[in-house]
Structure formats: structure tokens, C-alpha cells
Ligand binder design. Sequence first.
Ligand code: EPZ
Length: 417
Amino acid sequence: MDRILVRPNGPLTGEVTISGAKNSALLLMAATLLAPGEHVLTNVPRITDVATMTELLGAIGVESERDATTVVLRSPASLLPEAPYELVARMRASIGVLGPLLARCGEARVAVPGGDDFGSRPIDMHLSGLEALGAKFELEHGYVRGWADGLRGAPVTLEFPSVGATENILMAAVLAKGSTVIENAAREPEISDLADLLNAMGAHIEGAGTSTIEVEGVETLHATKHETIPDRVEAATFLAAVAVTGGDVLLRNARADDMEMYLRKLADMGMTVTPTLEGVWSRGPERLRSVDVSTLPYPGVATDYKPLFTVMLAVADGVGIVTENLFAGRFRYVDELIRMGADVRTDAHHAVVRGRTRLSGAPVRAPDIRAGAALVVAGLVAEGETEVSGVEHIDRGYEDFVGKLAALGAHIERIST
Ligand code: EPZ
């Protein structure tokens, strides 16, 4: 099992190129199920979740080829509408094949998803939204079996702006007869990117990125070429690394517009962040100031940024309260941070973080993708050596994380044991 060893090495400097967005690329790949032909996706990150999605699409019948950051997916005339447990259990985003398979094949059998352990993560809104379009479901032996005798457009109002449910309903609605209106839809940039791909495939979607999405179903779609948007969560991770080390770094390709609330919070903490033609330039302060943070659906502060805030607040001047409003169980990394000397108290979905002037390096375990990356960031300012295990989580969402940090001057290496 690999481990990452980190030691403090002063301010990070230079530039880092932000890769394509994991949470977009995975759904763009699933969307290729909607039309036979050769689809070309560019700026696709080299991460294990993309490899898992490639394997899943392969099991369904889609051949693929990869060259650097370009993935070519050949979707055949007929598909095997089944997503096996061992693949779905590895990655929750696999549920994103449900809508496209129902729309394209009229049936689907998909294992109930696993993925990061943030407490209960039901798919009821996916199912009720697809049922509104005429699908029927039954749960058997850990699988959701769905069928539809031709999907029909309908109004769908989501109880909560779920990213995954919005994506599944959108991908089903584009081939449904008639029009669909999704109310209280998720507004994340990844939703807009998916809608851009679908429209380039011949779909009729309006309002993506707002809470009301309108879709006029079409008979067929065609293959196309599409560039994945940059990864705002990866960018947020590098900004946190710059923030805690007092660095000076250009994030090439980062899009300030996609993380406005995050940048506003960083500015409140004393950081300088400026959008540029190449991306986003950033400089960390002598010492961060504490702020309070609440996670919310986009355009609020994303829950994926929360472990990063907890680490920044752990070395900031003052006390900050972090409130998690999406995933009740998303504080599992706090005990690891406390092992590094952080002063964090959790109570239900709040954490009170009292900033300290120093953390100390320790062996810690990454419980999930974002918390893993945040523990590495903490290691950049913790005295002595921090040894991060559970690296396979980080690999799921970050391309060459260690290499990119080392190029910015971090004292970091990956060891295989
Ligand atoms: C997406 O997950 C992201 N994953 C997550 O990023 C991200 O944390 C999350 O959105 C929130 O921004 C991908 O895009 C692949 P949701 P998703 O459906 O779609 C509840 C990362 O590290 N809910 O918006 O699973 C749910 O339990 C990952 O990159 C239902 O109750 O999130 C949660 O409380 C981690 N029923 C809330 O809604 C449903 O049917 C938001 O979940 C669906 C969701």
C-alpha cells in the first residue's frame, strides 16, 4: 500500500496546471451511452475513478481508448444494460448510467451504489424523478432493476437540489417524448458542462446552471467531441495549500467563476486571489484569519471544500465554526487532524476549530478523497514528518497530486510499501 510522506518546506511557489473535473468527466462518459458512435472527450483527468468508469462502460459494451487527456469512447448499436456490483461499489457516480440506459435501452439493472462513506446516501430522488418520466423500478439482490416502455417528458420537482439526481433525470429526459421541466435542479458547473455536451449531441436543453431546467425530448442523438471543464475542487485544494504555506502560485486553467464563494471566503481569511487570463493567481497571508463556514448546494460553499477549510482553520488566527448541511457523516477525518495536534470539536454537523500556531506531523489515514488531500495539505505545515496512508482514495480524484505539489516546492514523496 502506497503512502505519502510530507514535511514542511516553506511557501509554495510557481505554477500548477489544473486538470479536467472528475465530477464532470464521469458523467460526460456516462452520457456517451445515449448515442451510438465515436465520442471524443478531451481534458479528461488521469485518475482511478475515470478508469473505473471506463471499465463500467466496457462491461456495458462501450470500447474506449485513451491518449494523454483524451478519451475516445465507441458506443455500439446495442448495449448490455447492466452495471455490475463490483464496479458500482467502487464508485457512487456509477449510478449515472441508470438514466442513459433507461432512455437508450428501455431497461437497466444497476447495483445500489457505494463510494465514499459519508453516512446514508439514498438514491430515492433519482428513482422518483425517473418514475415521473414513466420508468418503473424494483430492488432485488442489491440491484435496482428499471424498465420503461418509452420515457415521456414530465414536470419533476426535486426535494433537494441533488447533483446526481439532476444528472440522471436530465440524461433520461433528452430522449423522452415531449418536454420535461426539472424544478429545484442542482446548479453545479458540472451540470452545465453535461448539458453543453448533450446539446452538442443534438439535445434541446435550456436553463442548465439555474434551478429550472427545460428539456424538449428528441428522437435520437449523435456522437460528438467535447472538452471537460477544469476541476474546481482540485483548484480549491491547491489554493488551500497556498493559503497555509503563505505561498505565491498561479493555478493555470482554474476558473474563478466556478468557485466564487470559496474565493470570497479565502479573501475573508486574508488571502489574495486574482483571476487572470491563464487562470487564477494566489498569494497566502503571513497567517490566515478564522471565519465561519457552512456547506450548501452550489453556488454555496461546496461540501467537498469542507475538509480543506477545517485544515486552514486549524492553523488560522481565531476560532471558526464549520457547519455541514449535506452529508451528516462527513467529519471522519477530524480524529486524524486531532492526531496532528489540531484543536477541533465536533457536535452533530458542526465543528468548532480553534486555530493553533503549529501542528505536528503524525501517521494519519485518508478516509475519503477530499479528506485525504486535506491531510496532505495539513502535512505541509506540520512540524516533522506526516505519513498519509489510504492513498488509493486520493488517487480516485487527484491526478499526480504528489508530483504537482513537489513541482511547487513541497517536500513530499510517495513511497510504496
Ligand atoms: C456529488 O455527489 C459529487 N459527486 C460529490 O463529490 C459532492 O460531494 C456532492 O455532489 C455534493 O456536491 C459527483 O459528482 C460524482 P447529491 P452526489 O446527490 O451526486 C441527498 C467528491 O469527493 N440525496 O447532490 O452523490 C444526499 O444524501 C464527491 O468528488 C438524497 O437524499 O450528491 C446528500 O445529503 C464526494 N436522495 C444530498 O442529497 C437522493 O436520491 C446531496 O447529494 C440523492 C441525494
